[in-house]
Design a protein around this ligand. Structure first.
Ligand code: GLY
Length: 389
């Protein structure tokens, strides 16, 4: 199935039809994960996941111009003003929250209020930088009992850095990008192991810097390799390369991607942790698969070397095609999500074998990228035919 994208257009139509139904029947503002096929609300407008549903609707709106998607996306962005103004519950995941919503609306329609929201969020993120240890502090409090939140940073942060690069461009002030790069360099040094596997949580000495402890977080153990954490690293480093053009970030994206690919089972969909003892019942995590695949498509677009580009395109295609065949819900009207087989927090027994809104988001993002590739290939074919006629 080498780079055969013939399945992509029908996958896109299936997604659009599914989301038309889900968006019509969904009774919650901020879907997070499903129980018995129904999306539950986060009930916390400051939760890290709130941007994914409006973000997913924007991805579809961009190609389909279906007005109800736009209406819902704008409404959810407005509901997110409450946590932004309250400030106290704000954490490092403001990138996930306002990048996919406010920056998107600003890019599409030039809405100044959206631009201000995203700049405010970027400013809050920059203020979380700990100059003693050169890292972005994840949370104000945390649920890792032995960790001091003042020194805690997590790999997910790599996905939040683009809002800082964007703010630097918008304000023509490198200070935001300098914070992002300083943090990315710390992650490169302290989170990425020599074999390309990735730590979830590192606790730093919060005054003088330096590693104090490692924590397993949502992974199996502090020495293990949580697959969604790996996907945050792959995709996050690729994004840092996109904005900075610093080669070390692309190398880190490829190194973590190579580790990820070397651990995949035959069907290309990762288990929730690459180092957990496995049997036939070990949960997969389709959200890790989707986020990593979308990140690999970005690597394929950014890397100069054609052989490497083909390798990551093929790997992403394998993952996404397998998700499409085995984990999509298009023939299951009782399921509101798009992808089954997500794993939120296996150590705590939360959200296992369900749909996760970020799994759905990155799946749609990745398929949208493949649709663009198919469209481009079709256009080139037409041009080639016209030239030869
Ligand atoms: N950012 C939390 C998670 O990936 O579940």
């Amino acid at each position: 199935m080498y780079n055969d994208l013939s399945w992509v257009d029908s996958a896109w139509s299936d997604i659009v039809n599914k989301v038309k139904v889900t968006s019509d029947e969904l009774e919650v503002n901020f879907p997070s994960m499903t129980t018995d096929g129904q999306y539950c609300d986060t009930h916390a407008p400051w939760a890290w996941v709130v941007g994914f549903w409006p973000g997913l609707l924007w991805l579809l709106y961009e190609k389909e111009h279906y007005e109800p998607f736009k209406t819902i996306a704008i409404n959810r962005e407005e509901l997110m003003d409450q946590p932004l103004e309250e400030y106290v519950n704000i954490h490092h995941d403001v990138g996930f929250m306002w990048q996919l919503t406010s920056i998107k609306q600003y890019e599409l329609f030039g809405n100044e209020k959206s631009r201000t929201r995203a700049l405010t969020a970027a400013s809050h993120l920059a203020s979380r930088f700990n100059i003693g240890g050169n890292f972005l502090t994840a949370w104000n409090k945390n649920d890792v009992s032995s960790a001091d939140p003042r020194g805690l940073s997590i790999i997910d942060s790599m996905m939040n850095l683009p809002i800082l690069y964007w703010a630097a461009e918008q304000l023509n002030s490198p200070r935001f990008a300098l914070v992002a790069k300083a943090h990315a360099d710390t992650v490169l040094k302290e989170f990425i192991r020599p074999d390309g596997s990735v730590r979830h949580m590192v606790e730093f000495n919060y005054l003088e810097g330096g590693v104090k402890a490692y924590h397993g977080g949502q992974g199996y153990s502090e020495d293990s390799a949580w697959s969604r954490g790996a996907s945050w690293a792959i995709h996050g480093f690729a994004l840092s390369y996109k904005y900075t053009k610093e080669r070390k970030y692309l190398d880190a994206a490829m190194k973590t991607a190579d580790f990820f690919l070397s651990c995949l089972p035959n069907d290309h969909v990762p288990h929730w942790d690459f180092r957990v003892p496995k049997d036939d019942t070990t949960p997969r995590d389709t959200s890790a698969a989707a986020c990593a695949a979308s990140g690999m498509l970005l690597i394929a677009d950014l890397v100069d070397d054609k052989k490497a580009a083909d390798k990551y395109l093929q790997a992403a295609n394998n993952i996404l095609h397998s998700l499409h065949q085995k984990y999509t819900t298009f023939n299951q009207p009782s399921e509101q999500g798009i992808l089954t087989g997500g794993a939120f927090n296996v150590p705590k027994g939360l959200g296992v074998n369900c749909s996760l809104i970020y799994g759905d988001y990155y799946y749609v993002e990745a398929i949208s990228k493949l649709v663009d590739k198919v469209t481009l290939a079709d256009k080139n074919q037409v041009l080639k035919t016209e030239c030869c006629e």
